[in-house]
Design a protein around this ligand. Structure first.
Ligand code: GLN
Length: 488
């Protein structure tokens, strides 16, 4: 750990700012300098507006000078995945179809960040419309893993994970539909958390699969994730699926709740197909909990093997409907090779969307088409209920569930590009959590011999983020693997 501002956690930056040891402007300048030094290699950002960032920092310093500081996040930068609206800034979803689009309003999460005084910092790369697990599906170039530039950072929120890992931002937001926060967090050696469905507003998030999407934090530590989660959570009348749950002071609860906990190990998650080193590091993390006096219990989630196929019916069905709005008529790319209206749709979408997005729209439209609806969509929905019930049964026995986040560490760029199924299987351990609507967090739990990070997933009960965070924090506070930085 060094004393450089860009290495600090959000909690540390917050205390330095409160103590007057630094200013918001100095903080902003440190991250501008860092991003300018390393982002050419990492390519976490799609866009950075330094002027706007510095203006926010100056406003933060002025508030502090007048004694009107807004708390722990005032003056702390937060990067946004390029699917979350920031008024006046571009929003591309890493797609040609939105290449020149500018957000006309703020997402609720962005509004909440501003209300907390955070400095909204840049637009972060992703797989086009959040479809993918490697950030190679971006229309504007892949992001590279800061721990090994020839490897992928995971995805779809690869830019958000890599920005925090490369210390280009202390915090960022991503979105998670089937693992897109937790899997890249695991592959980049940072903390990444998906809240319970309904905990964080989706207003102003470019929709992929509306019954699964959630926005959540990336950070170096669980404590920072708790601080950021608290700022963005809560009921929002602008999102009809947002839930009127209480928002506890998560970062305070972290140290109070120490268990002992009953922790479940789902036997279906520890079978074949896990990389040996991932297995070893996750086993060591489990041993840590045992040695601290928590009880480890085997549980069963028998529907696990159906989670990936069910997800690829439901998520694609919702995507085919959500992405129908990109029609070349309103605000998106319009082909100039067009004749009649059908032509405008077909050519604009044909030119604007990448291959994976087209594959999903076609799969989803097929699953919803008459004659196939009952066979695919309806059965997938019924199976989704069974998956949720599996978790409900398991949680009658345990407080939280531990699993690997991803079956493998970061893989090489290009390695899974020709094989969509291999890519889809990157998310076998994360997808069922979205289908069940539960909260999940990936915590760094060590490094392979080749120097690649590995993550432990903690799955919590619906709306019990506080307890899940405490379980994750117990490991993180004792190991702090997320505080290690890559050499760039
Ligand atoms: N990798 C999964 C997919 O491609 C999950 C993506 C996500 O969570 N946004 O759909």
């Amino acid at each position: 750990m060094s004393d450089a501002l860009h290495e600090k956690t959000a909690a540390e930056l917050g205390s330095c700012l409160v103590a007057g040891e630094t200013s918001s402007e100095e903080v902003a300048r440190a991250f501008i300098e860092r991003a300018n030094a390393v982002d050419e290699k990492v390519h976490a950002f799609l866009h950075r507006d330094e002027e706007d960032f510095l203006a926010q920092a100056k406003a933060s310093d002025e508030r502090r000078a007048k004694g009107e500081s807004r708390g722990a996040l005032d003056g702390v930068p937060v990067g946004l995945k390029d699917v979350i609206c920031h008024k006046g800034q571009p929003l591309t979803a890493a797609s040609r179809i939105l290449e020149n689009y500018v957000s006309p309003y703020d997402a609720t999460t962005t509004t909440k960040l501003k209300e907390a005084g955070a400095l909204v910092w840049g637009r972060l790369n992703l797989d086009e419309f959040a479809m993918g697990s490697s950030t190679e599906n971006s229309a504007f170039g892949a992001t590279h893993n800061p721990w090994n530039l020839s490897c992928v950072p995971g995805g779809s929120s690869g830019g958000s994970a890599a920005a925090v890992a490369a210390r280009e931002a202390p915090l960022s937001l991503g979105s998670d539909t089937g693992g897109s926060i937790r899997q890249p967090a695991s592959l980049c050696g940072v903390v990444g958390m998906k809240p319970t469905y309904g905990m964080v507003s989706r207003y102003g998030l470019a929709a992929f699969a509306s019954s699964l999407d959630q926005i959540g934090p990336f950070s170096q530590t669980v404590e920072d994730a708790a601080i950021l989660l608290e700022a963005i959570s809560g009921h929002d009348p602008l999102d009809s699926t947002s839930y009127p749950a209480e928002v506890p002071n998560y970062s305070e609860v972290l140290n109070e709740n120490k268990g002992p906990w009953k922790l479940g190990l789902p036997k279906e998650f520890f079978g074949e197909g896990i990389d040996d080193e991932v297995r070893r590091l996750v086993d060591e993390a489990i041993e840590f909990y045992r040695s601290e006096g928590h009880e480890l219990v085997e549980v069963s989630l028998p529907m696990t093997e159906l989670a990936v196929p069910v997800y690829y019916v439901i998520a694609t069905a919702e995507a085919s409907s959500n992405l129908a709005r990109y029609d070349g008529i309103r605000y998106t790319h319009r082909s100039d090779r067009t004749g009649n209206a059908i032509d405008v749709y077909a050519k604009s979408r044909g030119e604007g969307f990448g291959e994976e997005v087209k594959r999903r729209c076609i799969l989803g439209a097929y699953a919803l088409s008459s004659g196939y609806y009952d066979a695919y969509y309806l059965r997938a929905q019924k199976t989704r209920t069974l998956i949720r019930q599996d978790f409900e049964k398991a949680f009658e026995q345990v407080d939280a569930i531990l699993t690997p986040t991803s079956p493998t560490p970061a893989f090489k760029q290009g390695e899974r590009n020709e094989d969509p199924i291999a890519m889809y299987l990157s998310d076998v351990f994360t997808i069922s959590v979205n289908l069940a609507g539960l909260p999940g967090i990936s915590v760094p739990c060590g490094f392979t011999e080749g120097g690649l990070p590995v993550g432990l997933q903690v799955i919590g009960q619906a709306f019990k983020e506080a307890e899940m965070l405490s379980v994750a924090h117990a490991f993180d506070a004792a190991h702090a693997f997320g505080r290690k930085s890559p050499t760039l």
